[in-house]
Design a protein around this ligand. Structure first.
Ligand code: FUB
Length: 307
């Protein structure tokens, strides 16, 4: 194929699209959004739900990346990471989060381990927020045999990461139990013991963020899931439970949120199962709504909007 750019180069494909309200991504099923603000753009990373209609479980092999500067006009980037990148993993491109440190982008993901029982957490790295990302360790960062308190094999999922103001990075994750551990400066090794966070009715999907001196730990609670949250002045707790942030998302048993600030506003990015007649718990779609803080730092409930 020839094009203006020169012989042999593939023509540039226009992968931009305009969101028509919620869900903001409608041409593919997308789940478990994580968001990163970098260089004036918002990057949304999501798992790709490809379970065919009738299959009532997750089928997810890759992660997708979208970016925007206004939440209306979007760019889809080529998939920057596939579960095959982790040679020690079997499958299952579950929930994830990307964070930047020293000009490198670290992508923490949950996958099914090939040889250790159950789910595990891996980390990939890239020089660019759009990848390509490569396995940063060649082995899992967290496996089921490290979280000995677990009675289930899928508790090592849903990583969320924060770099605190003093430069210390922390990884939180979990299902049924919420775990956390320090990360070394290299972002690819745990530093010290894995601790359990004391939170009521924790199901999964933790997201940690900090604003105005408060740490916020939002998470999915119950099943079907509601997003609830807790606040603390100390990342090590104790955490004060503050209640519901987002009610059960339309037509999906799960919900999974990312919280960011961008251009002076706060956003709650999540998923539901509301696209057409085939959307549902295993064919989910990313949505975006405004997040509002009260004067005392507590959060107002997010109610899904259509615009
Ligand atoms: O997408 C697979 C799993 O469903 C995620 O890890 C959970 O947070 C839930 O959304």
């Amino acid at each position: 194929v020839l094009n203006a750019a020169g012989a042999g180069k593939a023509p540039a494909v226009d992968t931009s699209f305009v969101a028509k309200g919620n869900p903001v991504i409608q041409h593919k099923y997308t789940a478990d959004p994580a968001a990163l603000v970098h260089d004036g753009r918002v990057y949304v990373y999501a798992g790709h739900d490809v379970a065919p209609p009738g299959k009532e479980f997750y089928e997810m092999h890759e992660w997708l990346c979208f970016s925007t500067t206004d939440f209306v006009n979007w760019q889809e980037h080529p998939s920057p990471l596939n579960v095959k990148q982790f040679t020690w993993a079997k499958d299952d491109a579950w929930a994830s989060q990307v964070i930047e440190r020293n000009g490198k982008f670290y992508w923490y993901v949950a996958v099914e381990h090939a040889t250790v029982r159950g789910k595990a957490i891996g980390v990939a790295v890239s020089d660019s927020p759009t990848g390509p990302f490569v396995d940063a360790r060649g082995s899992a960062l967290v496996t089921n045999d490290m979280t000995k308190a677990a009675t289930i094999s899928w508790d090592d999922i849903d990583p969320t990461v924060i770099i605190d103001d003093d430069g210390q990075a922390y990884l939180f994750w979990g299902n049924t139990k919420c775990y956390y551990a320090k990360l070394k400066e290299n972002m690819t090794e745990l530093d010290g013991d894995i601790q359990v966070v004391d939170l009521p009715a924790f199901t999964e999907a933790p997201w940690i963020h900090k604003k105005n001196g408060w740490y916020y730990l939002s998470y999915a609670s119950g099943f079907p899931e509601k997003i609830v949250y807790a606040m603390s002045k100390n990342i090590h707790g104790p955490w004060q439970y503050k209640g519901i942030l987002n009610e059960i998302a339309g037509n999906s048993n799960t919900n999974h949120q990312a919280i960011i600030d961008y251009k002076g506003k706060s956003y709650f990015i999540y998923h539901n199962g509301a696209i057409n007649t085939q959307g549902g718990s295993f064919r989910r779609s990313v949505c975006v709504d405004a997040l509002r803080y009260n004067r005392d730092g507590t959060l107002q409930r997010v109610v899904m909007t259509s615009e």
